[in-house]
Write a protein that binds this ligand. Structure first.
Ligand SMILES: [Zn+2]
Length: 393
């Protein structure tokens, strides 16, 4: 870079650096930068711990008391509230991101209208938004009705924390999840269910040249099963079936005796899941190949992830309130469906009222162009403060 360009880009970043703070106070902007630049991949529990240490004094200063619930694998569920007070609202977030410690994407980049960085919307931006909104609430008595729950394994489907989250949610009627809003700013009013499963087919090995008639080819059998199961897919109604990992056989010359597939399925309508499970069961009991002695394959099915859908019924009440608040502020509050899962999926079956996508929005979550739009932070912050006043009054 020539010195002129260097100087220009320096001036640019100074000028726009100030502008970038427009939505944030300098403290909150710096806080976001600091925690974005600490790697906290779900597997990097030390990173998540560091993020907690940085955030902790800010929340404790507001009067919250903390509880750290140790979980398997070094994970922790971080819970903050006012012990002895009746909790009326959960604020739910996660500290982990999908970016591994080895990723080149570890820094916050600042542009005139946006920030780019790992977890900047998913969901470190949402965490800082919660903090700033709570700090800026004039009536501090409202905070006593809040319980904050941050986990560090959400991107793993909250594998370790979901039971503890359920316990902390017990008896609380409402929960807000600070995943990013949809690109363009819509709130999330329903989320797909997820059903990930594995089919493992066992056949019979044999010499592929000398005695192919004695073998039961698991690779062929599995191929039929895959073709059959994807026939159920109906993208027009949000029902996807995606076989994403296939493994099988050992080498040529040996009839393939074991083959497996891992399938990612998402659905909006629980009826589709029911049909899928039924078909999987049928396929597991079917052998598409037989050898000369009529021996067939056997199939085992393993469930890898089973996350219920969050339907519109879960968000109806809180979304209505969200719209009312927006209307008063001259804002259009729009709800959309999201194909991603969140902790709201786990909580929906408890019957609690939920709303998702309250975090600042942008684009490119889970990619190296994850972007927060600065105007989104502003909008969400102003709206959230009003919304909290209404929900906690
Ligand atoms: Zn997330």
């Amino acid at each position: 870079m020539s010195w002129k360009i260097y100087l220009l880009s320096g001036l640019f970043s100074i000028f726009f650096g100030f502008q970038a703070l427009a939505g944030f106070t300098p403290t909150h902007f710096n806080l976001l930068k600091e925690i974005v630049e600490i790697n906290s991949a779900s597997e990097n529990t030390a990173g998540s711990r560091k993020v907690r240490e940085i955030l902790q004094p800010h929340f404790l200063k507001l009067g919250f008391q903390e509880k750290r619930i140790p979980l398997e694998g070094g994970h922790e569920l971080w819970v903050m509230d006012f012990p002895g007070e009746k909790v009326e609202l959960l604020l739910i977030g996660h500290l982990d991101t999908v970016f591994p410690a080895t990723s080149a994407f570890q820094k916050l980049q600042v542009y005139p209208d946006r920030l780019v960085g790992p977890g900047v919307i998913d969901m470190k931006g949402g965490i800082v938004l919660i903090l700033q909104a709570l700090e800026e609430l004039k009536d501090k008595n409202l905070l006593k009705k809040v319980r904050i729950i941050f986990n560090d394994d959400e991107e793993l489907g909250s594998l370790y924390s979901k039971e503890a989250i359920h316990r902390e949610a017990l008896g609380v009627k409402r929960g807000l999840v600070f995943e990013p809003g949809r690109p363009g700013g819509a709130w999330v009013t329903s989320q797909s269910g997820m059903y990930w499963f594995e089919m493992v087919v066992h056949g019979k090995a044999s010499h592929a040249g000398q005695a192919p008639e004695k073998g039961v080819n698991a690779c062929v059998d599995l191929s039929h099963k895959i073709v059959e199961v994807v026939k159920l897919m109906r993208l027009d109604r949000g029902f996807s079936i995606s076989p994403d990992v296939i493994q099988g056989g050992t080498k040529t010359n040996i009839v393939c005796d074991t083959a497996s597939v891992k399938v990612d399925s998402r659905y909006r309508n629980p009826q589709d899941l029911k049909a899928l499970k039924k078909r999987i069961k049928q396929l597991a009991q079917t052998s598409f190949v037989r050898n000369e002695s009529r021996e067939g394959s056997t199939t085992e099915v393993n469930i890898l992830n089973d996350l219920p859908a969050m339907t519109l019924a879960s968000t109806r009440e809180l979304f209505q309130e969200a719209q009312t608040v927006g209307k008063k502020m001259g804002m259009r509050v729009v709800g959309e469906h999201a194909g991603y899962g969140s902790d709201a999926n786990h909580l929906a079956p408890t019957g609690m009222s939920l709303l998702v996508g309250l975090g600042p929005w942008g684009d490119g979550m889970h990619t190296e162009s994850e972007t927060l739009e600065l105007r989104a932070y502003d909008e969400r912050l102003e709206w959230l403060k009003e919304y909290l006043k209404v929900l906690l009054k």
